[in-house]
Each structure stands twice: as structure tokens, then as C-alpha cells.
Design a protein around this ligand. Structure first.
Ligand SMILES: Cc1cc2nc3c(=O)[nH]c(=O)nc-3n(C[C@H](O)[C@H](O)[C@H](O)COP(=O)(O)OP(=O)(O)OC[C@H]3O[C@@H](n4cnc5c(N)ncnc54)[C@H](O)[C@@H]3O)c2cc1C
Length: 464
């Protein structure tokens, strides 16, 4: 990037909000996926303070055909915010304002750089509840919308898409558009709002968002349910729903995965017995929540559960949720990639069995766990396995990695699933997109991209 361009960007954001020294850019060259082959540095990092500055930045990028990538918390798991062609990275750390708390409409409007942790605090202070819980609370509102993030608590209330009422976006030509609003219903032509949710920074830059909220639940219980085997655990989830109970979360986990996290965090899972677990969360009014917990306890006990641990204490519930949320962290240094396919809930067990066959075929280790309530499953493709209290390298893991990934996607497709349930396509999954969509559908998606971004400056190299 030449000096003249750097000076123009400096005029927009000011000296303190610009980084162009290579040694200070390393953190911006990756997200939470540790693959070294996608490691790439931007040419310049800009930290704008408002939408107008972003508009001026985009106008320069558009005129000079400079790639521009938005970066939120950098917690993504698909290489989405990596500047694969260099250029400008926009860091949202200076855009965290709370613009409005509207108690009558039960919405909060914020700037896109606010983190999830900060957003939960603001909601709590104002007597409001934001149900989605993607595992890493340093993710930003902009990133959560751009990936249509989900998380464990999506079973009852849904994912980001169910909570975004409106966004302000800066388009590739620099125009600032308000899409949506505070209204709840709309049957008014194509939904541009829904197009932006999950667009991974490829159609425009999200600068503000109006999020709809709920009143806090009076009570939440977490149930930990051990089973002899994974089949029993997974097959019970639909029974809970068929009995008229929609829990906040239903997660399935295996004992060996839990052991790894216990070691990593030095925290204890509430039970030792069993080889597989369901973690079920229920919420609502005090008496009805207890009744739901007791009904679930009865259903699972009649269907093979070895025991049921109902946790009421809030601190203990948080510890258990933390253990679940930290699985990725515990496995990260030995993970090549974490996948997030979604299959119909009736096919979760078939999917898990097929993945076990792939694990055996390639003599590898594929820890698998996930959201049993909505069919969204995480598989880690590993470079080492944990044996006798230590990590042992898997032979030829890098060579086998893409074959294993392809095989897992073929299983997902066979079972009528989809490639990504919550992390997005980003850079890492783009070559597999055609497995799940027809040529015609991909052509339509590309044409939409061209309408919004004719010069392909917005996060190029992602999704397609
Ligand atoms: C331990 C751990 C657990 C996780 N658990 C979950 C989970 O349960 N569920 C889940 O859904 N995800 C989960 N994630 C993934 C991740 O947290 C989400 O994808 C999150 O939405 C990313 O937000 P971010 O701000 O970090 O975005 P980034 O990683 O910075 O960016 C992600 C994508 O969004 C785009 N983007 C960011 N900001 C903007 C903006 N303002 N405008 C336009 N585009 C933008 C980027 O260009 C990129 O394409 C987990 C990650 C970790 C590390």
C-alpha cells in the first residue's frame, strides 16, 4: 500500500486508529482456527469511530479496488475474517456505543463492535434477556449477525436471525442504509435484512443493529443426565420434545471429551458415571420450570438414563455451561478444523455412527459433540489424540485432513444435512459449498454478491 493511500486513510481515522507496521498485524491474520496455511497479513488496519468514517474508507477501497475485510472479535471458526488477499481490515474496537434501550419495544440498538459479554451486561441491567449463547463471549454483535451465530441455547428461542430487527449497513459504494427497524412483522418484498444476516461481510459492513429481547426467565435449571452409551443419549432428545417440553438447550457429549476439558480447566463435571451425557437446560416461570425438569427426569429415567442431576445453583450452572463452552479451547491446539454440519434431529445418531467409521478408517481421532436439540454437530479433525495422559501425534494427519473433511460432508449430504449450522462458510468451507447446493443456486448467490459488490472488494475469497 503506497504512502499516499496511507495518508488518505490517516486523514479519515486519525493516526491513533491506524496500524500498518507488519509486526503489529499478526493477530489480525487469523481467527480462532489454527491452520497455518490460511495465515495472511493485511496491508493496513483501520479502527474507525463511526459509520461515516467507514463510508469514506469504503469509497477509497472501491475506487482503488482494495480488498476490505471486517473483523469483529476474531472468534470465528471458518477463517471468515482473515484478509486472504491483504488490503484493509476494519477493526470495530472503537464502535461499541449503546445507542438506545427501548423498554416499550423491548429492543436495544448498539454499534456493531459491542461484544456479546458487554451486551449480556446491558441486557441484564435493563431487565432484558438475550437467549443466543455462542460459546465465546468476546464475539461482537456485527460478527454474530454476519455469521448468523447460534450456540447451545438455540433450541427454544432460535439463532441470531430470530433476534435481529434492523441493521445499519455501509454498502460497497459508501452509501449508508438502514434496513429493517423495530417492527416485528414484515411481508414487504424480499427481505434484505435476512440477506445481510449470515452474509459474512461479503455484501456490506454492518455498523449498527437493533436487537429484540425477551423478559428474563424467572428460573433456569440445568440437568446433567448420564447414559451407558451415546445412542441412548441421542435418541432421547426427540422424546423430550414429543412430550411437549421445549428446553433452552439439549447438548450431547461423551465422557472422554469431558475428561479433556476437566483436565484443561481444572473444573469438575457434576457426575462420574456413564459414558455419554445429555446436558439439558430448561427455563420459564419458577413452578413450571421445576415441573419441566421433573418431567424430563421421568422421561429419561424410563428410557435408560443412569441418573439425573438437576442443578439449581446459578454459579454451579455457569460452571457446567463453561465446561461445555470450553471444549473447543481444550482441543484447539491439537485441532486442524472444527466442523459444524447440521442434520435433521432424527439422523443425528446415524451421522455420529458414520463419523465413527471414518475415524476408524483413517486411524484418527474425531471428537464429536453438539446440539442434540437442533441437529447441529461439531466434529474436530485432529492432529493428535489423547492417550495415557498425553497428546500423541496422529500419523499423516495433515495429508488425511481434507479427505476426512470431504467424507464427513458426504455423510452430512447423504443424511439431508447442511454444511454449516452456525460458523459460516468463510474461507475454509468454500470449496465444499457445491456439494450442498446446485449450480443454479450457487450462480444465484454469486449474482446477488455482484449486485452488492460489483468489484468484489468486500471480504473477497469467502463463501465461494
Ligand atoms: C470457544 C468458541 C466457541 C464458539 N461457540 C460458538 C457457538 O456455540 N455458536 C456459534 O454460532 N459460534 C460459535 N463460535 C464461533 C464464533 O464465536 C462466532 O462465529 C461469532 O459469531 C464470530 O463473531 P466475531 O465478532 O468474533 O466475528 P469474526 O470472527 O471477527 O468475523 C466473522 C465473520 O463476520 C464478519 N464480520 C465481523 N464483523 C462484521 C461487521 N461489523 N459487518 C460485516 N461483517 C462482519 C467477518 O468479516 C467474518 O466473515 C465459537 C467460537 C469459539 C472460539
Amino acid at each position: 500500500m503506497n504512502r499516499e493511500l496511507i495518508l488518505r486513510f490517516k486523514e479519515i481515522v486519525g493516526e491513533k486508529n491506524l496500524i500498518y507496521e507488519k509486526e503489529k498485524m499478526v493477530d489480525y491474520s487469523h481467527d480462532e482456527v489454527s491452520l497455518s496455511e490460511i495465515y495472511n497479513l493485511p496491508d493496513i488496519i483501520l479502527k474507525p469511530e463511526n459509520s461515516y468514517q467507514i463510508s469514506e474508507i469504503i469509497k477509497i477501497c472501491e475506487a482503488e479496488k482494495i480488498p476490505l475485510t471486517a473483523r469483529g472479535g476474531g472468534t470465528g471458526l471458518s477463517g471468515g475474517c482473515i484478509p486472504v488477499y491483504g488490503g484493509v481490515v476494519i477493526d470495530f474496537e472503537n464502535m461499541k456505543k449503546v445507542i438506545e434501550v427501548d423498554k416499550e419495544n423491548f429492543t436495544i440498538t448498539v454499534e456493531a463492535g459491542l461484544t456479546l459479554r458487554e451486551f449480556y451486561d446491558i441486557c441484564a441491567k435493563n431487565g432484558m434477556f438475550f437467549p443466543p449463547h455462542p460459546g465465546d463471549e468476546s464475539a461482537t454483535i456485527g460478527g454474530l449477525i454476519a455469521t448468523n451465530a447460534g450456540g447451545a441455547r438455540a433450541v427454544k428461542y432460535g439463532v441470531m436471525r430470530n433476534f435481529v430487527r434492523g441493521v445499519e449497513v455501509v454498502l460497497a459504494d459508501g452509501s449508508i442504509e438502514n434496513i429493517g427497524g423495530k417492527y416485528k412483522k414484515s411481508s414487504s418484498g424480499y427481505s434484505l435484512l435476512n440477506l445481510f444476516i449470515g452474509s459474512e461481510g461479503t455484501l456490506g459492513i454492518i455498523t449498527k443493529a437493533t436487537i429484540s429481547l425477551l423478559p428474563p426467565s424467572e428460573k433456569v435449571y440445568t440437568l446433567i443426565i448420564p447414559f451407558e452409551n451415546l445412542k441412548q443419549a441421542i435418541k432421547i432428545s426427540p422424546l423430550i420434545i414429543q412430550n411437549g417440553i421445549i428446553p433452552l438447550a439439549i447438548e450431547f457429549l461423551e465422557k472422554n471429551t469431558i475428561k479433556l476439558v476437566e483436565n484443561y480447566l481444572n473444573k469438575k463435571w457434576p457426575c462420574e458415571i456413564g459414558n455419554a451425557y445429555l446436558m439439558v437446560m430448561v427455563d420459564g416461570k419458577e413452578t413450571e420450570t421445576l415441573m419441566m425438569a421433573e418431567n424430563i427426569a421421568q422421561i429419561v429415567t424410563e428410557n435408560g438414563a443412569l441418573d439425573v442431576f438437576i442443578i439449581e445453583d446459578e454459579k454451579r450452572q455457569k460452571e457446567v455451561l463453561d465446561i461445555r463452552s470450553m471444549i473447543y479451547e481444550a482441543l484447539k491446539s491439537n485441532t486442524l478444523e472444527i466442523l459444524d454440519v447440521t442434520v435433521p434431529i432424527s439422523r443425528i445418531y446415524d451421522f455420529v455412527c458414520e463419523v465413527k467409521k471414518i475415524e476408524e478408517k483413517y486411524a484418527t481421532y474425531i471428537p464429536t459433540y453438539g446440539h442434540a436439540g437442533d441437529g447441529n454437530i461439531h466434529n474436530h479433525i485432529m492432529k493428535a489424540k489423547f492417550k495415557d495422559d498425553k497428546w500423541i501425534e496422529i500419523e499423516n494427519s495433515k495429508e488425511k485432513y481434507k479427505i476426512i473433511k470431504n467424507d464427513i460432508y458426504l455423510v452430512a449430504k447423504k443424511l439431508n444435512g447442511i454444511i454449516s449450522g452456525e460458523h459460516g462458510i468463510g474461507y475454509l468451507k468454500r470449496e465444499y459449498l457445491p456439494l450442498f447446493f446446485s449450480e443454479k443456486q450457487i450462480k444465484i448467490m454469486k449474482e446477488i454478491k455482484k449486485i452488492f459488490d460489483p468489484n468484489n472488494i468486500l471480504n473477497p475469497g469467502k463463501i465461494f
